[in-house]
Design a protein around this ligand. Structure first.
Ligand code: AQP
Length: 333
């Protein structure tokens, strides 16, 4: 049995990008790997590495929890929890900070990019983010971490920290592997296909499809997506980024490859393609929204999160106590 763990930050309403790049794959993995154990969490401690409005953060945490389940995860083989409700994450994060070197953290591309965006007030938590991420993973003896390409560098650091700790204090942590999701699953902004679709964008952003957008608005956003003027449905990321991005979305939902999609739309132009895609995306998201509506105010959601918190705490406490003893903290041997 392998332990598979991943988290998503509640920094906004999840987007179609989060769904196709992460959530949909989690569901697929869970369906394929029935022998394995799945832990998914809402990474609210990571969210506050950039300023958040407290009321919005609280709502985003609950929404994300409901959306994890609404996307199709099976609650019977799932430990779903909120990171801040398991205090061991912050505690193990500190241990990891004491293992990591400044130079390693300074090399992290995500820190460089995010701190560039955050012109004033770059927090120290944004800088130490990868140490907390290492803690998230190492607390559960995780075997596999489904990650996007952009998280591979952090995962590599996690592996380095685990190996360093094991060498310094004796074998304690399992060294995790990344499970990179299929190439091409990076969904770009519909108005600017050179920029990643991100949930922390302004909620009014026309280039981002948020999973809780009204269905009509979702269709409208797809139909008004930026494309080039030659009107040929052809996958060419470098020269036709707009249509290529829409084809990626089409392919991720229908499972059809680019060649099949191209053949289907020979001589048909962008209008028909976009209209079909609008229907495909709308029907996929409508199913999620139906499930979400049943869950968001239910006692079931709280029960699942309570159970998840308790199970995660039990596992994390065991691993944290072991690490504390190895380091020599406190009185217990
Ligand atoms: N546009 C995207 N296409 C494909 N996958 C995506 N992911 C995010 N955006 C896209 C994947 O979703 C998961 C979300 O993880 P996260 O919230 O911890 O981090 P993120 O990648 O920083 O997500 P966002 O939406 O861009 O958040 P903000 O705006 O707060 O920075 C990851 O598995 C990620 O690969």
């Amino acid at each position: 049995m392998a332990v598979i763990l991943s988290g998503i930050k509640p920094t906004g309403i999840p987007t179609l990008g989060n769904y196709l790049g992460a959530l949909k794959n989690f569901v697929k993995l869970q369906n394929e790997r029935t022998e394995d154990k799945f832990l998914f969490f809402i990474a609210d401690l990571h969210a506050i590495t950039v300023p958040q409005n407290p009321a919005e953060l609280r709502a985003n945490i609950k929404n994300l929890a409901a959306l994890y389940l609404a996307c199709g995860l099976n609650k019977d083989n799932l430990v779903l929890f909120i990171q801040s409700e398991v205090a061991e994450h912050a505690e193990m994060g500190y241990i990891m900070q004491s293992m990591a070197y400044m130079g390693e953290m300074e090399r992290m591309t995500q820190f460089k990019e995010k701190s560039r965006k955050q012109e004033t007030g770059v927090t120290t938590a944004l800088f130490t983010y990868p140490a907390l991420m290492a803690a998230d993973i190492l607390l559960y003896n995780t075997d596999l971490v489904p990650v996007g390409e952009d998280q591979l560098q952090h995962l590599e650091l996690t592996r380095d920290l685990a190996i360093r700790f094991n060498n310094r204090y004796s074998d304690t942590f399992k060294v995790p592997e990344g499970l990179v999701t299929k190439v091409g699953a990076r969904i770009m902004d519909l108005q600017n296909p050179l920029k990643k679709m991100s949930k922390s964008e302004d909620p009014g952003d026309k280039g981002c499809i948020f999973l809780l957008d009204p269905i009509d608005l979702i269709k409208k956003k797809i139909k008004s997506a930026v494309t080039d003027s030659d009107s040929i449905v052809k996958y060419d990321k470098a020269n036709k980024p707009g249509i290529s991005n829409l084809m990626t979305i089409y392919s991720c939902i229908t499972g059809e490859d680019y060649k099949t999609i191209e053949a289907k739309y020979v001589g048909k132009g962008y209008g028909e393609f976009k209209s079909d895609l609008a229907d495909i995306v709308a029907s996929e998201i409508a199913k999620i929204q139906d499930n979400y509506k049943k869950l968001i105010n239910s006692s079931e959601l709280d029960e699942i999160l309570d159970k998840g918190r308790d199970e995660a705490t039990y596992l994390a406490r065991k691993q944290l106590s072991k690490a504390y003893r190895k380091v020599g903290l406190g009185r217990k041997k």
